[in-house]
Design a protein around this ligand. Structure first.
Ligand code: SF4
Ligand code: SF4
Length: 361
């Protein structure tokens, strides 16, 4: 047998072999292969390529590395798989090994470089900052909201302050998820340690963006970084339903399950209960919902590495929303929100609806 090329095989052999010898039962679930119509980017194809690369059966070069980045980390294949195979996790680990060899696609390299440049700028700010108020609630809003939807970032902070009844302090550090998806594992681990140190003091820590929340709750442990586990914004709002006032101005609302909140953190009822409380009726649904909801195309760095595929995935969701009768499209994830808005659908985030509805204590 050829010499082992990637450590991936030691850690993930069972998952990889399940896919390689499988009749591809999860094929129809994958948003990327559905829009690219290419067997190589089905869950089976991506896992097979990672397996062959790990065994040394194919050259370790950029074309053979590329499929590892053709995943939006949506976990939809896991729900269709009899083995509940964690394809996204295996591909995330494959990215790390390939990135370390300089085999990442240009889009991933760009994201990692931009992240590092931003962090260098923030380091000076951190050094000069006053000691935080220990009574304040640390709120990890998420860089996706801060940079691309500052309206939602403000709403999320105001709503958290109203729901907790305590002053809030936005967390300055980024959770590092873009680096994890790019494949820059040392960079991700450094970001994780920075964030863990920042939230260490203080009683409460709340995460708004479910991608950040899952990264801190799940991926930090995989990286060996211990951190205070964040409360979820949706859980806070769900626990205070009686403080959410019925809005007379909200239109017919359709809820899109973000992959990171639904399959990533198992939150399906909370956002629906919140919307029902605010609008006075259960939200409209997509054809596929909850565990089987379709991805928006915003995750896993796919917008940077495969922009046309990402846009086509988002367009599919928007077309379905409109074909089902339209209304206000509501989601709760910075990446999904950005995908919908940049593709022409004036979507809103659940955090904004909560901010408008929550009554002061
Ligand atoms: S994820 Fe499951 S169903 Fe899909 S190819 Fe792998 S083993 Fe088969
Ligand atoms: S996690 Fe989602 S995008 Fe990745 S292989 Fe599975 S279905 Fe495809």
């Amino acid at each position: 047998m050829s010499q082992l090329r990637l450590k991936l095989l030691e850690q993930h052999r069972t998952s990889l072999e399940k896919c390689v010898y499988c009749p591809k039962l999860s094929r129809a679930a994958c948003p990327v292969s559905n829009v690219e119509a290419n067997e190589t980017v089905t869950p089976w194809g991506k896992m097979s390529m990672a397996y062959f690369a790990a065994r040394g059966d194919v050259p370790l070069d950029a074309p053979h590395a590329d499929p590892a980045w053709a995943c939006s980390a949506c976990y939809a294949c896991r729900e269709r798989c009899d083995h509940k195979n964690e394809v996204a996790t295996v591909l995330t680990d494959a990215r790390a090994e390939l990135f370390a060899r300089g085999l990442e696609p240009e889009g991933a390299r760009r994201v990692a470089a931009r992240f590092r440049a931003r962090e260098d700028g923030r380091a000076g700010e951190r050094d000069g900052r006053a000691q935080p108020d220990p009574a304040a609630v640390h709120v990890l809003v998420g860089c996706g909201y801060e940079r691309h939807a500052p309206d939602v970032a403000r709403d999320a902070l105001e709503a958290t302050e109203a729901l907790t009844g305590a002053p809030v302090r936005p967390v300055r550090a980024c959770c590092g998820l873009p680096l994890l998806y790019a494949g820059d594992r040392p960079g991700f681990e450094a970001a994780a340690r920075r964030l863990a140190a920042e939230v260490e003091a203080g009683e409460r820590f709340v995460a708004v963006d479910p991608g950040c929340a899952r990264a801190v709750r799940v991926e930090y442990a995989r990286a060996g970084v211990s951190v205070k586990s964040p409360e979820l914004f949706v859980d806070l709002a769900q626990a205070s339903l009686d403080r959410l006032q019925r809005s007379t101005s909200e239109r017919r609302v359709r809820y899109h399950d973000p992959c990171q909140l639904g399959r990533g953190l198992d939150r399906y009822d909370a956002p629906r209960e919140i919307l029902a409380r605010i609008t006075g009726r259960p939200p409209e649904e997509f054809i596929h919902r909850r565990e089987h909801a379709d991805c928006s195309g915003g995750g896993g760095l796919v917008p940077a590495t495969r922009p046309a595929s990402s846009a086509a995935i988002a367009d599919g969701r928007i077309a379905e929303h409109r074909a089902l009768g339209g209304g206000l499209l509501v989601t709760h994830c910075a990446q999904s929100l950005r995908r919908f808005r940049t593709r022409g659908e004036p979507a809103e985030d659940l955090a904004s609806l909560v901010a408008r509805a929550v009554a002061p204590r």
